[in-house]
Design a protein around this ligand. Sequence first.
Ligand SMILES: *Cc1c(COP(=O)(O)O)cnc(C)c1O
Length: 402
Amino acid sequence: MSPLDLFRERAAALDAADPLAPWRDEFVLDPDVVAYLDGNSLGRLPRRTQERLARFVREEWGGRLIRGWSEGWVDLPVEVGDAVGALVGAGPGQTVVADSTSVCLAKALHAAVGLAPGRSRLLVNAADFPTDRYLARRVAVDRGLELVEMSPSDPSGLNADDVTAALDDRTAVVLLSHVDYRTGSLLDLEEVTARVHAAGAVVVWDLCHSVGVVPTGLDAAGVDLAVGCTYKYLNGGPGAPAFLYAAARHLPSLDQPLPGWWSADDLFAMADEYRPASDARRMLTGTPQVAGLLAVQEGAALAAEAGIEEAREKSEQLTAFAIEVLDALRLEVVTPRDPARRGSHVTVRLPDARGVTERLTARGVVPDFREPDLLRLGLAPLTTSFAELLTGLEILAEVLGE
Ligand SMILES: *Cc1c(COP(=O)(O)O)cnc(C)c1O
């Protein structure tokens, strides 16, 4: 008898009571993957997207060719932007879907610096995702700001007090990830935004690991700018375009560093002089990636239909169940135990996390590994079942026992 046998019945009961369980059938499920625990790096493929893209290739690209632009493609960055915006509490006209998260973040950071004249510091989490740190450093150099790296006081990740301690009247911009990509720790977006604003600074949120799984009220919190991924919990597919939000109050004067014909007031005027659009298109640069946008449109529609509040509830149950089982295996969980303080992944510290990840993958369990010793289990409420999660953890126990 395995030490985890007792959890099998619980997993079955949790699945039976799960209102989101039927959504799993909306996704392509490859039988070779017995437990997919990496939906926070690349979400599963929705069946509707498979069909939508096949139709796009056959009928729209193949049949309509250049006419497709005036038949709807041209509006996709803003239209899909509004759909993604609705998932993060942004009213229409403030979000576009375009480029990669990294490029959107570069635009957002430069724009944010422009909103904080007379201030001299750019704050970043010293433990943030590499792209966020690299860009913050570069933007600080380019804009003549001092980069301040905030260190988390707690091994589970940066908290609101760490941010407050770094704020003063020199702070221009604060870049923060809503959910820590390593530990899964979640910041209170509303509270932290209020603290940044109280210090007279501008905040840029990176929502990569929270969009689709954590209810977020960008407008209600008065957030200045935000960016995020669409290929993680929004299931937009590898390299799907990212989103960029700029509050309506900033848009008319927003100065972004990569103006192109798509951010011009009149796209087809081909004017000598650049006149930026005063709406959300102001944040665009060049021709958008239509296939990717259509995939994001499908993914965002699925998330909206299932409901973000419902996704959050299941996500809390999934992470709680994972932590309970990991505790039974006596493993070191680095993710916060308070559900209000974590996103939708659970991270374990293991001496040979890389080797364990390889052995798990060979057995059809797909987690992911983060340097140097972290095994990350991404739990996607629309696709991860409790039984699937338990199967993954049982195989983890076997691999560790070998
Ligand atoms: C996944 C992720 C990114 C990815 O950026 P790309 O430009 O899409 O490669 C950026 N920031 C954070 C916090 C992430 O988790």
